[in-house]
Design a protein around this ligand. Structure first.
Ligand code: SAM
Length: 165
């Protein structure tokens, strides 16, 4: 959960604001009741703080709902039981898969708006990777070091921010 909450903070927070054009989709595929998808939209979420304990409560409340139908459980926070395939359907293309050792994003370029797929502290399984690539995802790398997910997101945001200025 720490990995997910830190990733959510990196995706959504600026020093004194929230990234209203960003959304984080947290897909939980482990026990006790997989698959579970919690999405947090920067343009709708209220009272989102850097404090990961409050955010843990927000996500925990979202996880109390175990329906396949996606519902907004609090402003900007939606919950559903969604597989990886269903999650990619909900988020939509273009997909960009961030993979250590992938072609350098500074050389390949980056789409301005995309669904960026990262794993947590373990790599995607071969089957998960096939699922993502079958959607026509491009694969990119962020340099030679293996990074924590939240740091990879921060660097990705920075690359996108620089391109937008
Ligand atoms: C901690 S890493 C995955 C586990 C890591 N392979 C290990 O052996 O512990 C978390 C995720 O961040 C992204 N990531 C980390 N470093 C990256 C890099 N240099 N380029 C692109 N993505 C990276 C990838 O999506 C990666 O799966």
């Amino acid at each position: 959960m720490d990995v997910l909450l830190n990733a959510a903070n990196a995706a959504l927070l600026l020093a004194h604001d929230i990234r209203r054009d960003a959304e984080i989709a947290l897909l939980l595929l482990g026990p006790p009741d997989p698959p579970r998808l919690v999405r947090i939209r920067g343009d709708r979420v209220r009272a989102y703080q850097p404090d990961i304990r409050s955010n843990a409560a927000l996500v925990r409340r979202a996880l109390e709902r175990g329906s396949r139908i996606e519902r907004e459980v609090s402003p900007g926070v939606t919950s559903s039981k969604s597989s990886l395939d269903e999650t990619l359907d909900r988020l939509g293309p273009p997909f960009v898969y961030l993979k250590e050792g992938g072609p350098d994003a500074r050389e390949t370029g980056l789409p301005d708006a995309a669904t960026f797929v990262l794993s947590d502290n373990m790599d995607l399984t071969a089957e998960e990777e096939r699922t993502v690539l079958a959607r026509g995802a491009s694969t990119i790398g962020l340099g030679p070091m293996s990074l924590h997910t939240e740091h990879a997101i921060a660097i990705l945001h920075n690359e996108l921010d620089r391109r937008r200025r």
